[in-house]
Each structure stands twice: as structure tokens, then as C-alpha cells.
Design a binder for this molecule. Structure first.
Ligand SMILES: [Zn+2]
Length: 486
């Protein structure tokens, strides 16, 4: 797995049992070929490229997406300067990189290649050289953790759409139902994906993408926004995808349908109207543009729980609460990271509630922490607490319910040390409260706004609990369900 340029053939009792052809010198493609041969194609399909420099440590390889996690840690491979090792520092770093996207006892899969100055690693601590000792294990831990975190952070819908479009272009008979538009879709989808998610090495560099969602945070719909307001925001979201100043289209790579001048119906984008959501004829520019949205165009809400959308590949189903919860969670984390304090919004009329003695004690002991979380909860009377401010992002939610669950969370932690992990747990609880609830009817505009946000929000492919937020069902899969084309 470290030497894709070397071919291997394994004979057992005179029979050739395994043969891995040389795939060329170490590169993304060669490595993917070799890992596919050894671990199976599913490993490659369900993993993303890792490519990260941290000081003098270079980490490459592939990290499995959370969906690919296994019950046993049997697909975890680490190489240091070309040699296979088992190392606690590397294992722990990898595990912690998955903390925010993979919960429970699932084991991530990965193949990682760490290159480091030989002077900074002792390879002679074990007779079979399967263990190493790093001179500075923190340096290596951080490098590996960040390498995997960055690789997993980028939302994957666009890359999946691009891969599907490429596949469709290669095999025209597999193209989606509207063959007339398929080539048009395939062409613009590539530059988009390359712009957002690829770099020269094919790695996912989060820092390069900051501009993509920086404006998005402002355009974020409030958790339970009024329809009129959200329609505006939906328009804003659509515009972000079209011509946000923060998004730098590479000059030569602007997809034709994104260029305002080449767009015969600008109104269709800037002012969503009912007409915008009637199924357009397959070959209108509007259709071509919508199919570029990786998560597609919302068509319906199912039982108040799922959003059904149509994209170029087929059908997308989104768990709306799980998806929105992740978006709010990432917004809260960004707010804390940026300002050490979540923007707070005072309530015109404080929300009071009958509190237990524990809740009153917790509110008093954790005043500073509550403030950092954008909340103000103080005693109103000996047995009553008043919520005087809530995070601006969650202003539309139930202030009392939010305060209660945050106090319950805080009660479990030491007042002085709300460390990163506990902090993230609290933010996740807050996000759950701020996220759109099941059975809330969404308009198509609201659904589309949510889909557009998912496309640009880090880690939005999993909810805060590590479950998937969306699933793709391709036309091929749908056709198979109905025994079409046999
Ligand atoms: Zn929730």
C-alpha cells in the first residue's frame, strides 16, 4: 500500500491468489488504484484525499468518510517514512479527528502516510520496527489530526455530483433522464467542483474555501424564520451561489450558466416566484442551472421530516432537522472561534420559569460561561430564573427550553473548565434547539435555502450525532427498483 509503483503477485500452493499491478509512482491516482486493489473499491469510493503540511510533517493518504466506518479497527493503516507502523499517537490523532462527525463505537477507516525528518523519529524502539517514537509527539498528533479534519470538513455533495457527471459523460447511456442537458451539466459541474474542493494535489484545503461561506453566515435563515423573510433569504442564498464577491471564480472557469450576462432569465434567480419552481422544460437554461446544484431543487417535504429534491443524478432525500442542526452547530462554533463569545440578543421581555435549586445554582456558578455562549440567565426570585438574552442565531426558538437544556449540560461540567469537548457538546445541544423541528411545514424556498447552505457548510454531510444528513438515489437505482430498462 505504500509502494503502488511495485507490482505484487501472491502464489499459494502453486496458485495465483492475488495480483496487484504496478500503478505508477506514488500519486493520488496510483494510490487510489493500489488501495482499491488491496482494500476494495468501496474503500476508495468512500474515502477522501488527505494532503496536509504542518511544519515539517507531511501527511498524505486517504481518510474514509464517516459512513464507511466499521465495527472493528481493521482498516486503519499508518506509514511513517515509508514503513508500516502501529502507533498510539497516530491512532489517537486519527480518532480525535473523527470526534465531531463519527459518534459511538464505530471505527474509522484510513490509510495515512506520514513523512517526517528522520532525525525527529526513532525507528529503533522495537525489534521488528513496527513501533516508532516521535521526538515531539504533539507535533505529529496535531499534523495528523488537522490533516484528517481538513479532508473531512469539505461538504461532499459537489464532488459527488461532479463524479457522477463525469461518469455520465463517459457512459452516455447512463446519463440522467434528460439526455439533452446531460453534456451541459457535465461541463460546468467540473470547474465548480475544482474551484471549491480541489487543489493541485486533489486535497481539501479548508482555508482556501473560507470565502465560500463567509457571506453565507449573514444570509443564514433564522431557525424558524417567517416565510416572507426566508423567501428573501432564499434569494440571497441563490445569489451567493451566483455572484457573491467572496467567491472568486477562476477567470477561465466560469460556467456559462453562472455568468449573469448569459442568463436570459435573471429574475428566476434573484426573485424566486412560483414559476421558478414549476418543472421547467428539460432544455431551458433554468433547468441546466438548477441541475448544477449538487443537492438539487427541492420538490416536496415528506411527513414533516424529510426534504425530497431532484438533482442531475436523480433523487436526494434530506433529513431536515439533522441537516439544519449541523448548519446551526457550525455557525455557533464559528462564532465562538471568531469572537470567543457568541453574538447575543437581549429579550425584550425576559422569559421566566420556575427553576429547581440546582438550576439556580448552576446559573449563578456559570454566569461567565453562559455569557460566552451568548446567554444571560439570572435569578428573578429565589425559585424563578429569568432568561434575559439568547444567542442571536437562536433568537426565534424557545428561550426557556434552551436555557433549561444548557443549564442541565453545564451542571455536568466543572465551572472553571468548560473545555473544547464540553463546549462542543453544549453548542450541539443549543443547535438541536435552534434547528427546525419535525412537522414544521417548510416552503420550497426555505427547503432550497437549506439545501444551498448544506452545500457550503463544513461537515454538513453528517449531523451532530454522526448520522448522514442526506442520501442520493440515482436514476440507475430508481430504474432498478422498477425493473426499467431490462
Ligand atoms: Zn436534534
Amino acid at each position: 500500500m505504500r509502494w503502488p509503483d511495485v507490482g505484487f503477485a501472491i502464489w499459494h500452493e502453486g496458485k495465483l491468489v492475488e495480483q496487484w499491478r504496478a500503478a505508477g509512482s506514488m500519486s493520488d491516482e496510483a494510490l487510489a488504484r493500489r488501495l482499491g486493489d488491496v482494500l476494495g473499491d468501496a474503500f476508495v469510493q468512500n474515502s477522501v484525499t488527505v494532503e496536509h503540511w504542518s511544519g515539517a510533517v507531511h501527511v498524505t493518504g486517504r481518510a474514509g468518510i464517516p459512513d464507511a466506518a466499521r465495527s472493528r479497527p481493521d482498516h486503519q493503516f499508518c506509514y511513517v517514512n515509508g514503513r508500516f507502523v502501529r502507533d498510539k499517537v497516530l491512532t489517537h490523532a486519527s480518532r480525535s479527528a473523527y470526534e465531531d462527525v463519527l459518534h459511538g463505537h464505530k471505527q474509522p477507516v484510513y490509510a495515512l502516510y506520514v513523512e517526517i525528518d528522520p532525525a525527529r523519529v526513532d525507528v529503533n524502539v522495537h525489534p521488528t520496527k513496527i513501533e516508532v517514537r516521535f521526538r515531539d509527539s504533539r507535533e505529529v498528533h496535531q499534523a495528523v489530526r488537522h490533516a484528517i479534519e481538513n479532508a473531512l470538513a469539505a461538504p461532499r455533495a459537489a464532488a459527488a455530483a461532479a463524479a457522477a457527471a463525469e461518469e455520465a459523460a463517459r457512459t452516455p447511456e447512463l446519463a440522467p433522464a434528460a439526455p439533452a442537458t446531460a453534456p451541459k451539466v457535465a461541463a460546468p459541474a467540473w470547474p465548480q467542483a475544482r474551484m471549491s474542493f480541489g487543489d493541485e494535489q486533489g486535497g481539501h484545503k479548508v482555508s482556501n474555501m473560507a470565502g465560500l461561506w463567509a457571506p453565507m453566515r449573514e444570509a443564514a435563515p433564522a431557525p424558524v424564520a417567517l416565510p416572507a423573510q426566508t423567501a428573501m433569504q432564499a434569494a440571497g442564498a441563490a445569489e451567493v451561489a451566483v455572484d457573491t464577491p467572496g467567491v472568486q471564480w477562476p477567470a477561465g472557469d466560469v460556467p456559462a450558466s453562472y455568468a449573469p450576462a448569459a442568463q436570459p432569465q435573471p429574475a428566476a434567480v434573484s426573485e424566486p416566484s412560483p414559476a421558478n419552481f414549476t418543472p421547467p422544460a428539460a432544455d431551458t437554461p433554468a433547468a441546466a442551472e438548477e441541475t448544477i446544484w449538487p443537492l438539487g431543487r427541492a420538490v416536496a417535504q415528506i411527513h414533516g421530516v424529510y426534504i425530497l429534491a431532484e438533482n442531475a443524478q436523480g433523487m436526494v432525500v434530506v433529513d431536515m432537522h439533522a441537516a439544519h442542526e449541523r448548519i446551526v452547530y457550525e455557525q455557533l462554533k464559528n462564532a465562538v472561534n471568531a469572537a470567543e463569545q457568541i453574538p447575543s440578543q437581549p429579550l425584550l421581555i425576559p422569559a421566566t420559569f420556575a427553576a429547581t435549586p440546582e438550576e439556580v445554582a448552576t446559573a449563578e456558578a456559570h454566569g461567565d460561561t453562559l455569557q460566552a455562549l451568548g446567554m444571560e440567565v439570572s435569578p428573578f426570585s429565589p425559585k424563578t430564573l429569568a432568561v434575559r438574552a439568547v444567542p442571536a442565531t437562536l433568537a426565534q426558538g424557545d428561550a426557556v427550553e434552551l436555557a433549561r437544556s444548557v443549564l442541565a449540560e453545564l451542571a455536568q461540567h466543572d465551572a472553571s473548565t468548560v473545555v473544547q469537548r464540553a463546549r462542543n457538546e453544549i453548542l450541539a445541544t443549543m443547535a438541536c434547539h435552534g434547528a427546525v423541528r419535525a412537522n414544521r411545514r417548510l416552503t420550497l424556498d426555505e427547503m432550497n435555502a437549506l439545501l444551498r447552505q448544506m452545500e457550503v457548510t463544513e461537515r454538513s454531510d453528517q449531523c451532530n450525532h454522526g448520522r448522514p444528513t442526506w442520501r442520493q438515489m440515482s436514476m440507475k437505482e430508481l430504474d432498478a427498483l422498477f425493473l426499467r430498462g431490462r
